[in-house]
Design a binder for this molecule. Structure first.
Ligand code: SAM
Length: 275
């Protein structure tokens, strides 16, 4: 994509999040577009400190992909581009960067240029209609940074997973992560913020949690704050859905380890194989 194409992604960007009079009633899969407003996107990389994230993730994802002989990757939740840029740096042949948010993709494109002069191949696409807007077949799909949590109905989750499944080669792999919501629902919130929310001065904390909503508040050093409304996915529920759409094998890691006590990890990473 050229810079001209890129600037075409920039619509009339909103700077204010809209949750209306009853924020905890906002439980819609399409609402993410109103949450990732321009000013929040501009701050996202403060929240997700790239250097700290690079150090804490290490080679986990790269090694998972390499050991499976992956050469083409579709990043369906590109955000500001951390993993797309990382995989390009590692020399993966094809990396396509999709996201439903134009603001996020524009930022990702800029980050690609800034960190290594990579020209990201960005495509605006919602997971629920992925095959309509993204073409081709991929060895791997990654959906990282607790993104799948934005889908609020089981129908949307099944649909998105089926779209991912359809875009994978016959022995392709889906790598999808999620916050450890079981621990939050069952024991309260105790994240050390070690893996994803690494920015030193940013406070990410749940403001409201029930079985159908985890509403998080993100507070920045300049006093600004933003919210995300997310669906609290239970680990075994996500695994079951993956099996039910056809993935043959699903391995789940806790904070990048294969053995863990269920309430310990902050994040789970599911690695779902098609064959
Ligand atoms: N992967 C990035 C990271 O780890 O920093 C971004 C994570 S951010 C929490 C979630 C991303 O998912 C956002 O960029 C958002 O626009 C995207 N997203 C949420 N729901 C989506 C949907 N239905 N279709 C496409 N993208 C979606």
């Amino acid at each position: 994509m050229t810079a001209d194409h890129r600037s075409g992604l920039r619509g009339p960007a909103s700077t204010v999040q809209e949750f209306g009079d009853a924020p905890t009633e906002v439980r819609e899969s399409a609402h993410y577009k109103h949450e990732y407003v321009q000013t929040f996107v501009d701050k996202w990389d403060e929240l997700i400190d790239w250097r700290a994230r690079y150090a804490s993730e290490g080679r986990f994802f790269v090694d998972q992909l390499r050991t499976r002989g992956v050469t083409s990757v579709l990043d369906v939740a590109t955000g500001t581009g951390f993993h797309s840029v990382r995989l390009l740096e590692e020399g993966f042949e094809t990396v396509v960067s999709a996201d439903g948010s134009a603001e996020m993709l524009a930022k990702a494109f800029d980050n690609g240029m800034k960190f290594g002069g990579h020209v990201l191949r960005v495509v605006q696409a919602d997971w629920r209609w992925l095959n309509r807007d993204v073409h081709g077949e991929y060895d791997a799909i990654i959906c990282l940074g607790n993104s799948f949590t934005h889908l609020f109905s089981e129908r949307d989750r099944r649909r998105a997973l089926a779209e991912f499944y359809a875009m994978l080669s016959h022995d392709g792999v889906l790598i999808l992560d999620q916050r450890n919501y079981d621990a939050i629902l069952d024991n309260g919130f105790s994240s050390t913020h070690r893996y994803y929310y690494c920015g030193d001065d940013v406070v990410a904390e749940p403001e409201y949690v029930d079985d159908g909503l985890a509403r998080f508040r993100y507070r920045f050093p300049d006093g600004s704050q933003y919210h995300l409304n997310m669906f609290p996915l239970r680990k075994d529920y996500t695994r079951r859905l993956m099996h039910e759409v056809g993935f043959q094998r699903v391995d789940t890691y806790g904070d990048f380890q294969s053995t863990y006590a269920d309430d310990e990890p902050d994040f789970f990473v599911h690695i779902a194989e098609k064959a």
